[in-house]
Design a protein around this ligand. Structure first.
Ligand code: C2E
Ligand code: MG
Ligand code: MG
Ligand code: MG
Length: 272
């Protein structure tokens, strides 16, 4: 749902749209240059088992600081890369960088899994799975150590996406539906696509502590169990939220400021 209007909404009128397009184009040019000039970096946010708060994995998240030193949000520039047709370069950059930074750590910690965010375009790309296989082979990392997160906001052909997902799963990767519950078609999505895990959007975590919406988390957890899906609860910021969720499902995983903000590779694995 991040179209030009979503990004630059509120400008209104014809002139606003023209300048929004111009801004998107110029951002796109700067992003391509940033990709070439190595201005993009990766940080990793821990994912823990809620029952004992042990780190079982991490999500890779891209960062961009432009040459003026200003941070640009991935929510903005990933949408631009998708619209301007070079998201697959970004995804490939991220996967390579993750492997370059973490291969040793991952080999030393079987069972630890790092996820990479992908877009529908990557999953639909017939060369993507082979690219992944080659990169993992070169890095000596097993497919189980790398998972892929796909948001449900993509509107593209679900049958084709389903096939792409199965290709990745057959190769040994876990596939996650990201930001689950934010799209009107969440349930039909799950009925049509076979995945391994869902990441429940942080809006549901925020709602845990206030009245009516509180009941939605148990329903979603029950649904995930019925479908034998693993669960990551996003956006856990307080101890109270962590305890509420752990009470609902002791097997669930969690991610959020409470367990750690995104850090650079050298700080992901505690020393020793
Ligand atoms: P996401 O995949 O849902 O990532 C989770 C976002 O929530 C991250 O924002 C993370 O920093 C933030 N977050 C984590 N814990 C908390 C918390 O406790 N409270 C709050 N309020 N926020 C929390 P970030 O890094 O700004 O990324 C935003 C989005 O940009 C990501 O959402 C993802 O959709 C996209 N993105 C980031 N990196 C990549 C990438 O390498 N490739 C692609 N395709 N998309 C990416
Ligand atoms: Mg994600
Ligand atoms: Mg998410
Ligand atoms: Mg998100």
């Amino acid at each position: 749902a991040f179209g030009l209007f979503g990004l630059f909404g509120g400008l209104g009128g014809g002139v606003g749209l023209v300048s929004a397009i111009a801004r998107s184009r110029s951002l796109s040019r700067r992003l391509r240059a940033a990709l070439r000039n190595n201005e993009l970096t990766i940080v990793y946010q821990p994912i823990v088992r809620l029952a004992d708060r042990q780190r079982v994995g991490a999500e890779s998240l891209i960062r961009w600081r432009d040459n003026r030193g200003d941070a640009i949000s991935p929510d903005v520039f990933i949408a631009v890369a998708e619209e301007e047709g070079f998201i697959s370069e970004v995804t490939r950059f991220v996967l390579r960088r993750v492997l370059a930074e973490l291969a040793d750590g991952l080999r030393a910690r079987p069972g630890f899994r790092v996820t990479v965010n992908v877009s529908a375009r990557d999953v639909l790309d017939p060369t993507f799975a082979a690219f992944v296989r080659q990169e993992l082979h070169a890095a000596g990392v097993s497919p189980g150590a790398i998972g892929f997160e796909l948001t449900e906001r993509s509107t593209a052909d679900r049958e084709a996406i389903g096939r792409g997902i199965q290709t990745l799963r057959k190769a040994g990767h876990a596939v996650y539906i990201d930001d689950f519950g934010t799209d009107y078609s969440s349930l039909s999505y799950l009925a049509q696509l076979q995945v391994d895990m869902i990441k429940i959007d942080r809006s549901f975590t925020l709602a845990l502590e206030d009245g009516a919406a509180q009941s939605l988390m148990p329903q979603m957890v029950a649904m995930a169990r019925t479908l034998s899906l693993g669960l990551v609860i996003e956006g856990i910021e307080t101890d109270a939220q962590a305890r509420i969720v752990a009470d609902i499902d002791a097997d669930a995983l969690g991610q959020g400021w409470l367990f750690g903000s995104p850090v650079e590779a050298s700080r992901l694995f505690p020393a020793g």
